[in-house]
Design a protein around this ligand. Structure first.
Ligand code: HCA
Ligand code: CU
Length: 398
C-alpha cells in the first residue's frame, strides 16, 4: 500500500484527499452480541471463546458480549474476561440496574448499557416518558460509576431522536464521565451526510476529553459502512462491526470491509492483522452454518476472481489492473475463470498451463471451443505465485 506515484491507486488516493480522518479509528467488534442477534445464529460457549481470541489476535480494540441472554452467555462472558486479552471486553446490557448487576458479576471492567430514547422507542418499547427515561439512565450511569467501572452509554435509535433530547442526554453522560457514548443508526435510515451531521452535533455539545464517540450503523439500505465512516469524519473514533456484518435484520458493517476501508482507503494508522480476515469469516460461517456470499467484498470466494477475457489479459500481466490490494494481504486468493468469456489470451494461458502449444492459431481455436461450450465457467484456477511466474516465462500473450 505504497503512496509512490508508481502505485496504480495513486490518483484515486489523491482524489480521496483531503484526508478527513487524521486520527486513529478503533474497531469494536460485536459478533458475540449483535452477531448473535442475527436470525439462526447461536454460538456455543467454546465457540464464543475461540471467536474472542481470534478477534483479539486480529487487533480489534474492544469486544462486546451480552451476559444477560442466558446462563451460557454469562459463563462465556466470565471466561472471556479471564483470558486477559489485549482488547477490552464489554458486557452489554439494558440500562436497568438488575442487568448491570449481572454484568458486574461477570468481573467486567467495562459495562455498556443501552436505552431507546426516541419517542417511538419510549412509547412502543419502554412505555415511559422522556423524563422517566432520563432519570433511569442517569441512575444506572451513576450506579456503574459508583462501582468504579468504565462505561459506555448507547443512545439507541439516536438518529430518530429529538436532537434536543439527544443532546441533553449526551451532556448528562458526558458530565458524569461516561467514557464512551454510542450514537447508533439503529434502523439504518441515515445518509452519510446525515450521519456526519448527527455526530458533529453531538461532538460540538460535549467535552470530547471526557467521552469519546462510537458509531453503530445498521445496514438496512446498504449504507452502514459509509455512514459509520462519515460519523468518524465528524469526530467519532470507534466503529462497531461484526464478522461478515451479521446482526439484527441485515446487520452492521463487516469487520473485513471496515478494516480494509480504514487501512487502504482512509489510510488510518493501525495494527490490524488483515491476513486473518478470510479465516475469521470462514470460522464464523462454519459456526453459523450460514455460507459467506461468494460476492462478499474482501472475504468472498469471488472477491478476487477474474473472468472476462479483457480482464484476464490484463490480470495475467499485472493483477493491479483490476485489484486494489493483493488478495494474500487479506488471506484470500486470486482465481482466474476460464469460460465462454476467456478470449484468446485466457485460452493461450490455459494451453500453456496444460503444457500445450500456445500459438495464436491454437489459442484462437481453444477460445472458440470455450465459447461454444456455453456452459458458463468451466474451470477455475488459483493464480498463485508459482503460476504467476509461469505467466512471465511462457504465456504467449499479445
Ligand atoms: C439493539 C440495540 C443496538 C445497540 C447499539 C449499541 C442498536 O440491537 O438492541 O449499543 O451501540 O442498533 O441500537 O444494537
Ligand atoms: Cu444494533
Amino acid at each position: 500500500m505504497s503512496l509512490k506515484s508508481d502505485d496504480p491507486n495513486h490518483f484515486a488516493h489523491q482524489l480521496n484527499e483531503p484526508q478527513l480522518i487524521n486520527k486513529n479509528i478503533r474497531i469494536l467488534d460485536s459478533t458475540l452480541r449483535e452477531g448473535e442477534q442475527h436470525p439462526g445464529v447461536a454460538f456455543t460457549i467454546k465457540q464464543r471463546i475461540q471467536i474472542a481470541w481470534m478477534l483479539d489476535s486480529f487487533g480489534v480494540d474492544q469486544i462486546e458480549i451480552s451476559p444477560v441472554v442466558s446462563h451460557d452467555h454469562f459463563e462465556a462472558t466470565k471466561t472471556i474476561i479471564k483470558q486477559d486479552l489485549r482488547a477490552d471486553i464489554l458486557a452489554h446490557v439494558r440500562a436497568i440496574k438488575s442487568d448491570v448487576d449481572v454484568a458486574i458479576d461477570t468481573g467486567a471492567t467495562w459495562i455498556a448499557t443501552y436505552m431507546g430514547i426516541s419517542d417511538i422507542h419510549l412509547s412502543a418499547k419502554l412505555r415511559i416518558s422522556r423524563e422517566e427515561a432520563k432519570i433511569r439512565a442517569l441512575e444506572v450511569a451513576d450506579y456503574i460509576k459508583s462501582h468504579g467501572l468504565k462505561s459506555r452509554f448507547t443512545m439507541e435509535d439516536a438518529s430518530r431522536t429529538d436532537p434536543k433530547f439527544l443532546i441533553e442526554m449526551c451532556k448528562e453522560m458526558n458530565s458524569r464521565g461516561i467514557e464512551r457514548i454510542s450514537i447508533p443508526d439503529t434502523v439504518g435510515i441515515m445518509r452519510p451526510h446525515g450521519m456526519y451531521n448527527l455526530v458533529r452535533m453531538v461532538c460540538e455539545n460535549i467535552d470530547l476529553s471526557r467521552s469519546s464517540i462510537d458509531v453503530h450503523c445498521h445496514n438496512d439500505v446498504g449504507l452502514a459502512l459509509a455512514n459509520a465512516l462519515a460519523g468518524c469524519e465528524a469526530g467519532a473514533d470507534q466503529i462497531h462491526t461484526t464478522i461478515d456484518g451479521l446482526g439484527e435484520r441485515t446487520g452492521i458493517p463487516s469487520l473485513a470491509e471496515t478494516a480494509v476501508a480504514l487501512t487502504l482507503i482512509y489510510k488510518v494508522p493501525n495494527n490490524f492483522r488483515l491476513h486473518l480476515l478470510r479465516d475469521l469469516s470462514r470460522t464464523i460461517s462454519e459456526y453459523t452454518e450460514i455460507p459467506t456470499p461468494e460476492s462478499k467484498p474482501i472475504v468472498g470466494d469471488s472477491a478476487y476472481k477474474h473472468k472476462a477475457g479483457t480482464h484476464l489479459a490484463a490480470i495475467l500481466r499485472n493483477p493491479a489492473a483490476y485489484e486494489i490490494l493483493e488478495p494474500k494481504i487479506v488471506g484470500n486468493r486470486r482465481k482466474i475463470v476460464f469460460g465462454e468469456l476467456a478470449g484468446k489470451n485466457g485460452a493461450a494461458y490455459l494451453l500453456s498451463l496444460l503444457g500445450l502449444e500456445t500459438s495464436k492459431a491454437e489459442a484462437e481455436k481453444m477460445a472458440k471451443g470455450l465459447k461454444e461450450l456455453r456452459m458458463g465457467d468451466i474451470l477455475e484456477l488459483y493464480l498463485d505465485e508459482r503460476l504467476e511466474s509461469k505467466i512471465l516465462n511462457d504465456a504467449q500473450l499479445e
